[in-house]
Design a protein around this ligand. Structure first.
Ligand SMILES: [Zn+2]
Length: 61
């Protein structure tokens, strides 16, 4: 079953971004997710399946 993830959620991932940060904000949901690295501001695309495997913690504000 798919995880409940919404735009605006802050995710802590197991794998860090090349900049060293591991917290990301969900910008867009779907088959592929658009995520913003909160450390360097870069936006990336990642598939839902791949993303769900990397999530350590979800924070909803
Ligand atoms: Zn980054």
């Amino acid at each position: 079953m798919a995880m409940d993830l919404k735009e605006g959620d802050i995710l802590e991932l197991k794998k860090a971004h090349p900049c060293g940060g591991n917290t990301f904000e969900i910008v867009r949901t779907g088959m592929d997710f658009r995520m913003k690295c909160l450390t360097c501001g870069t936006q990336i695309w990642i598939s839902r399946v791949k993303l769900e495997k990397r999530i350590k913690k979800v924070t909803r504000t």
